[in-house]
Design a protein around this ligand. Structure first.
Ligand SMILES: NC(=O)c1ccc[n+]([C@@H]2O[C@H](COP(=O)([O-])OP(=O)(O)OC[C@H]3O[C@@H](n4cnc5c(N)ncnc54)[C@H](OP(=O)(O)O)[C@@H]3O)[C@@H](O)[C@H]2O)c1
Length: 344
C-alpha cells in the first residue's frame, strides 16, 4: 500500500508545513508531488531529507493521484477542487471555499472525526479556519461534560495566518521603523508592526468581520448548532501562533478543578496552568508544536456556570497543515481511501 499525494500550494506557509508534517508522521506516501502556480515551477521545497521540484498545478494530471492536500486559497480551490475530485482524487482543502457546503464535511479529528464519511458526495473535505480549529479542540471536551450555551472569544492572531506576504510585511515594517522610516501598509489595512488591528478579513453587513462570522458558523457546524458564539478577531504583530481569550457559559455547573481534569485528558490539548508569573503558554512557545495549549483556567463569576481560559496553538500546524494530515490519516486508518496504483 502507499498513496500518491499532491500538495497544491506547496510553496506557501501551509503547504511547506504540510510537507514536513507528512514526513514527520511517516504518512504512507509512495510519491509526493509539490504543486503551485506557474511562477514557482522548478522552485525547490523540502520533504523530509529530500528536495522536490515544484510543478504547476495546471499541468498536473490527477488521474493517478489519490489525495490532494490543497492550500492555495479560495479562488484556486473553487476552480480546481471539483476538477480534481472528478478524477477520483480526494481533496482536503484549507480555504474557506467549501466549509459551509452541506455536502462537504468540515473536520477537526478530535471533535467530529465520524463526519468524515460524508466526503463521498463531492470527494472534498474542508479544513476549518485556524482560529476555530484550536478553539473547538478545547471546547469539545468541556461541551461533552457540561453543555456549552454561549462562548465569548477574543483572538490575537499572528500574521502567518494571512500568508507569506503578510509575514514579509511585518518583517519589513519592523525593520523600517528601526531606521526611522514610515512604512506604508500593503497587505494589512493599517501598520501591523508595533500595533494591533481589530480587523481580520473583510467587513460583513452587521459590522462583524468575515473571520468572526467564520468562527460562529464553523463552531456550530462541527460542535453544536445550539451554541451561541460571539468573536472579536484581532491581528497582532506575532509571526506564528494564534492566542485566544475565551469565556464560556455552560448549562450545567463545572468547577475549575473539573474543567482542568477534563482538559488534561482531552485529545490534542495540553494544560499548562501554574498560577505564577510565566505559568502559561505564549505563542512563541507553541511554534512547531502540535498541541492546543490551555492556560489561565478560572471561574467567570459574571454568569451562572461560567469559565474563562487562555488558548494558544501553532496556526500553521493545528490551524491548518497538521489538521489536514490528521484528516488524511483518518481516511487511511478507516480504510476510506484505497491507492489507485497497487504496489508491485
Ligand atoms: N496560514 C494559516 O494559518 C491558515 C490556516 C488555515 C487555512 N489557511 C488557508 O490556506 C491557504 C493557504 O494559506 P497560506 O498561508 O499557505 O498562503 P501563502 O503562504 O500565501 O501560499 C499560497 C500558496 O498558494 C499558491 N498559489 C497561489 N495562486 C495559485 C494558482 N493560481 N495556482 C496554484 N497555486 C497557487 C502559491 O503558489 P506561488 O508561490 O506559486 O504563488 C502558494 O504556494 C489559504 O486558503 C488560507 O486561507 C491558512
Amino acid at each position: 500500500m502507499g498513496y500518491k499525494v499532491a500538495i497544491a500550494g506547496a510553496t506557501g506557509n501551509v503547504g511547506r508545513e504540510m510537507l514536513s508534517i507528512l514526513s514527520e508522521r511517516g504518512f504512507d506516501a509512495t510519491e509526493v508531488v509539490p504543486l503551485a502556480s506557474r511562477r514557482s515551477m522548478g522552485v525547490e521545497v523540502s520533504y523530509g531529507n529530500r528536495t522536490l521540484k515544484v510543478k504547476a498545478l495546471e499541468n498536473h494530471d490527477f488521474a493517478d493521484t489519490d489525495l490532494c492536500l490543497m492550500s492555495a486559497g479560495s479562488a484556486v480551490s473553487k476552480e480546481w477542487s471539483p476538477k480534481i475530485a472528478a478524477k477520483g482524487c480526494v481533496v482536503i482543502d484549507n480555504s474557506s471555499c467549501w466549509r459551509y457546503d452541506p455536502d462537504v464535511p468540515l473536520i477537526v479529528p478530535e471533535v467530529n472525526a465520524d463526519a468524515v464519511t460524508g466526503f463521498k458526495k463531492k470527494n472534498i473535505i474542508a479544513n476549518p479556519n485556524c482560529s476555530t480549529a484550536q478553539l473547538v479542540v478545547a471546547l469539545k471536551p468541556l461541551h461533552d461534560r457540561a453543555t456549552i450555551k454561549r462562548v465569548v472569544v477574543s483572538t490575537y492572531q499572528s500574521v502567518s495566518g494571512a500568508g507569506k506576504e503578510a509575514m514579509d510585511e511585518l518583517f519589513t515594517q519592523a525593520r523600517a521603523i528601526f531606521v526611522a522610516e514610515t512604512p506604508e501598509p500593503k497587505k494589512f489595512p493599517k501598520r501591523i508592526a508595533f500595533n494591533v488591528i481589530p480587523q481580520v478579513d473583510v467587513f460583513m453587513e452587521d459590522g462583524s468581520t468575515k473571520e468572526e462570522w467564520k468562527m460562529v458558523a464553523e463552531t456550530k457546524k462541527m460542535l453544536d448548532q445550539a451554541i451561541e458564539l460571539v468573536a472579536t478577531c484581532v491581528r497582532v504583530p506575532v509571526f506564528i501562533g494564534h492566542s485566544e481569550a475565551v469565556n464560556v457559559e455552560f448549562e450545567k455547573p463545572l468547577s475549575v478543578e473539573e474543567a482542568r481534569e477534563v482538559l488534561r485528558t482531552a485529545p490534542g490539548v495540553l494544560v499548562v496552568d501554574k498560577r505564577e508569573p510565566g505559568g502559561y503558554i505564549t505563542p512563541f512557545e507553541a511554534v512547531g508544536e502540535d498541541a492546543t495549549y490551555v492556560s489561565r483556567i478560572r471561574d467567570d463569576k459574571t454568569v451562572k456556570n461560567g469559565l474563562a481560559f487562555w488558548c494558544v496553538s501553532d496556526n500553521l500546524r493545528k490551524g491548518a497543515a497538521l489538521n489536514t494530515v490528521q484528516i488524511a490519516e483518518i481516511l487511511v486508518n478507516r480504510k476510506l481511501l484505497s491507492p489507485k496504483k497497487k504496489a508491485a
